[in-house]
Design a protein around this ligand. Structure first.
Ligand code: SAM
Length: 174
């Protein structure tokens, strides 16, 4: 699988904690390797780490990231930078080209994304050209990138595993 990392920009400490946490958790569940947060927020970091500890896998989560440096270093190391935006090219037209990348950094915004990001990204991609949410955009992007294979991801060394069941909740402590 292509290695994918998320860069979350524009996070506001009090307003965006829940959504940013869900961006990180959605990325983890759907095959991303980690999330860089371009803000200081230990609360978000700790809540994602706590889920990752209990449910397994190896997810990188880092706050206090400088977004310009993160983008530059990712590109210098051979990665492809994809900015999710309702103004971008249609995902169905560009996802084939993106699948040729060795690794992908997916940028998602919160409120207003700095104009510079549009120029720095290798691809500006719209998951539809309608306004919606960074969580939804990320989920559809990862599913399109991995063509459904992310649904088979394993999360080793978990403390807890969910046993799928028709009704109710079934978990095992490992
Ligand atoms: N209005 C803000 C702007 O123009 O910069 C964006 C607000 S939106 C709630 C937050 C994030 O959701 C965006 O930065 C983008 O990453 C993502 N997003 C929203 N709609 C999208 C779409 N149709 N396709 C891809 N990403 C989208």
């Amino acid at each position: 699988m292509i290695e994918t990392y998320i860069l979350r920009i524009g996070h506001r400490h009090d307003r965006d904690q829940r959504v940013t946490t869900h961006v990180g958790l959605t990325g983890r569940a759907l095959g991303a390797k980690g999330m860089y947060l371009a803000a200081d927020d230990r609360g978000v970091v700790e809540s994602i780490k706590s889920v990752a500890r209990r449910f397994g896998g190896d997810y990188h989560i880092e706050d206090g990231v400088q977004w310009r440096q993160c983008i530059r270093e990712f590109q210098e190391s051979g990665g492809t930078v994809v900015h999710l935006t309702m103004y971008g090219l249609r995902i169905q037209d560009v996802i084939g080209g993106i699948r040729a990348a060795s690794k992908v950094l997916v940028i998602v915004g919160a409120e207003k994304v700095p104009g510079e990001i549009y120029g720095l990204a290798d691809y500006n991609v719209g998951v539809t050209n309608q306004p919606h949410s960074e969580i939804a955009g990320l989920a559809v992007f990862l599913d399109q990138l991995y063509e459904g294979k992310e649904l088979e991801c394993e999360f080793p060394d978990a403390d807890i595993r969910v046993i799928p069941c028709e009704r109710g909740k079934n978990t095992v402590e490992l």
